[in-house]
Design a protein around this ligand. Sequence first.
Ligand code: MN
Ligand code: MN
Length: 331
Amino acid sequence: MEGYIMTDIKQPASALSSPRFCNMGTFMRMQKVDSAEGLDFAIAGAPFDTASSFRSGSRFGPNAIRNISAMMKPNNVIMQVNIMDGLKGGDIGDFNVTPGYIHPTYQAIEEGVANILKENACPIVLGGDHSITLAELRAVAKKYGPVALVHFDSHSDLCDEVFGQKYNHGTPFRRALEENLIDASHSIQVGMRGSLYDPDEHKMAAELGMKLIPAHKVREMGLETLIKTILERVGDKPCFLTFDIDFVDPAYAPGTGTPEVGGFTSLEALDLVRKIKDLNFVGFDLVEVLPAYDHGEITAYLAANIVFEYLIIRILEYIPHFSGQHSYCLL
Ligand code: MN
Ligand code: MN
């Protein structure tokens, strides 16, 4: 088999010719790029964590995900597709965040995402705490108008204020609604659980026009019904997928800042993302990986694999003949 070389824009470096632990850690050992020009997708880091309410340290999430993503290979066996055969992508590095200062950080993230969108590439952002998603949505909504939000998380992140502050990792979607960045009537939040200060917090989502399905309801309805519900809710609206790694049970994803027990398995998380592939995605992020609390890099590796599933979704959009051709053996 021919080895890939590092300068090949289409294929990541192969461990058959260059060991995985060599070179600087770009996502999946893809080429480092300076702009998204000519690309179908760009991976970017938003290493900001000073809007975290409990443990800090997710600023180290993007590079932890990149480092362990050296384990990822470009062929998805379930989908029978090499993602880099049809997609051009690269790792654009990190946005220029300002630790401790959320508004300059938001500006840097919004500009960075806008630069990716300007090239008609799909942004895939690695967090960072969940506050960063607001800035991404500002850029996305400028291009597409209010988008449908698909939100996997153990928290709704719809608080009005945390510590008296409007901008926090517990508030991004309240702000996004106020700024008309997301279309509540097509948005859905899944996986919420754990103890709350406000017993009506989940009802508040409905009052804001969102659909929120807590973890225990997911268990009652089953994953197949959940998938159907997500697909019906979003329809063909342009859609942004935000995945907070604490959606997954801390047994599988301990490296995160505000864990909640009773969550989903890593297999369920991967299958859920893969099964909503037919939605009209215009952007993705993966947030709240906190390497200092991780063990054996399992959280970061799961995050890398979820991002790999995002890429599968992209290639199925670009190469429609893959859709429906294979049996996906899901769940
Ligand atoms: Mn969150
Ligand atoms: Mn969360």
